[in-house]
Design a protein around this ligand. Structure first.
Ligand code: FE
Ligand code: FE
Ligand code: ZN
Length: 288
């Protein structure tokens, strides 16, 4: 590996860790991200069915490491509804167990949406939920994701993420996943002033919390709060649309000092049900 970051993409866990690792290898990836089941529901197979040992053996042989788990996006720790909050905390508890069994050190989590309440309410509720779920034996980092600010999403600014962390007791278990599409959509100027954005990140959150990047283009202009991912540097001929961040900006982010030693995961769109550009995008971003 000539770069000092690890790059990969989201891959499917249908077929277990062995299938996920094989898919990642087919993209020449160094790493990969999985949902432990469908991203939009909380049904999960028992750990014994995930083909974990087989997966690790294949990973060793193919220089794959640093698996990232993404929690399903329907769980909402910010919800004021007791049943939804209860589902989120109990699911997250078992997701931590699955993540540990898989041998992953990172769970990426969308903090939540405050719906009919306020951001302040959501921040407190998320912290309460994290305090219920995290204990001294928790192995993986819970990586709160920087959000686009769509609807009532909490985590659309570094300040909101810092406020959550400040209310968490076992802060050493909290990391951050920096999503390029989301930060751009929420209004940060990662195109012209990535260095300034990261200095703010350091002042407000602290760079030591940064563990994972989600590397995505965006279909929208800065501040649009839409959260529609684009292929890296896609032009108007791409069926999924033009990337408004652009190849050069994303390439500079990936090769910046902030991405050194970090795990970089693509969540860019599939062109159709069996074609994606992960292999090409990974090669382009490495500079191969
Ligand atoms: Fe995410
Ligand atoms: Fe993301
Ligand atoms: Zn997104």
């Amino acid at each position: 590996m000539k770069n000092n970051f690890k790059i990969g993409s989201h891959v499917s866990m249908t077929g277990g860790l062995i299938a996920a690792a094989k898919e990642a290898a087919s993209y020449n990836a160094d790493t990969f991200m999985i949902y432990t089941g469908a991203p939009q529901n909380t049904k999960r197979s028992p750990i014994e069915k995930l083909k974990i040992d087989e997966g690790h053996k294949f990973m060793m042989e193919h220089n794959l490491s640093d698996i990232v788990v993404h929690a399903p996006y329907i769980i909402n720790l910010a919800s004021y509804k007791d049943d939804i909050f209860e589902l989120a905390t109990s699911f997250l508890k078992t997701e931590i167990e699955r993540t540990t069994a898989i041998g992953s050190n990172y769970i990426v989590l969308h903090p939540g949406s405050y719906t009919d309440k306020t951001a302040e309410y959501g921040i407190q509720r998320i912290a309460d939920g994290l305090n219920m779920v995290i204990d001294k034996d928790t192995k993986p980092f819970i990586c709160l994701e920087t959000m686009a600010g769509k609807g009532t999403e909490v985590g659309r600014s570094f300040d909101e993420l810092a406020e959550i962390i400040q209310k968490v007791e076992l802060k050493e278990k909290i990391g951050i996943c920096f999503d390029t599409c989301h930060t751009h959509d929420s209004g940060y100027d990662i195109i012209n002033n990535f260095d300034g954005v990261m200095r703010d990140f350091d002042d407000i959150i602290g760079l030591e919390r940064l563990k994972v990047f989600h590397i995505n283009g965006s279909l929208n202009i800065r501040g649009a709060k839409k959260d529609r991912h684009a292929n890296i540097g896609a032009d108007e001929t791409n069926p999924k649309g033009k990337d408004m961040i652009g190849f050069e900006s994303i390439y500079n982010i990936v090769h910046s000092k902030y991405a050194e030693g970090k795990i970089l995961i693509l969540e860019t769109p599939w062109l159709n049900k069996d074609t994606n550009l992960y292999k090409e995008e990974i090669a382009m971003l490495r500079g191969d």
